[in-house]
Design a protein around this ligand. Sequence first.
Ligand code: FE2
Length: 294
Amino acid sequence: MTTQELKSFAAPENGRLTPDMIQSFASDGVIVLQDFVSVEACQRLREQALSLVAAFDANSVRSIFSAMEQTQLGDSYFEESGDKIRFFFEQDAFDEAGELRQPKEDSLNKMGHAMHDLDPVFDTFSRTPQLAAIVDSLGYEDPVILQSMYIFKPPRIGGEVYCHQDSTFLYTEPESCVGFWFALEDATIENGCMHFIPGGHQGPLKRIQYRGSDGNMKFKTLDDTPWPEKSTVPAEVKAGSVVIFNGRAPHLSGANLSNKSRHAYTLHVIEKNSHYPAENWLQRSADLPLRGFE
Ligand code: FE2
């Protein structure tokens, strides 16, 4: 482990990461840029998310996302969501009678996985010159945005997420996944912020998820040593910050036990020219090809 706290920087003026930032990212696998997005842009995205939720008929589908397992295995509503905008409930969203315990917008785990290509407000938020410059300064030659997720982490029922690496689920050969996690509201330990193991990305990728020949999703274990979870560092960040993390960076988040939501938006970028396995869960139809930042 290289450090005990996450390196946090003021967002660079022209968007490009400075050598200091690139060095921290290389050694820790994660950095924070403060004030990367304006308060107004965060607010605009929240409003758009809530308007999409308002238009979603909660009685039409009740797909629950198991935050502990990261993917909704065997659920076609989830598995076909790679090129759509779909809604996934928290595990504790419903009471014994099958009714929502809280308002719809405070019952969802997430919305995914192609808002950045299907919704104009999300498209604008996702494709800024500043973000394109960061991706370019990370050395990407032909980056494309593989997925977007809107994470609600609702008050009281926002579920815990176990320690994992995103490249397990968004695997390419060679590995090229990088995550951008935008805080739309202040993220604190109390409301379930992310935690990282700085330097943990220098270890191996531990698991790869793939679709087996029987159609079911499976995991291939590459390394079964346990995570040094005592080394986790909380990423408490203000709204407008972006957390940038390597696809191998181990991370988790706690439950939201507070009375406030913890909305966040995430993008995952891969190198277009890397091999994208047909066994990955996230697949797109040919009429919605992956796009970069243009
Ligand atoms: Fe993750």
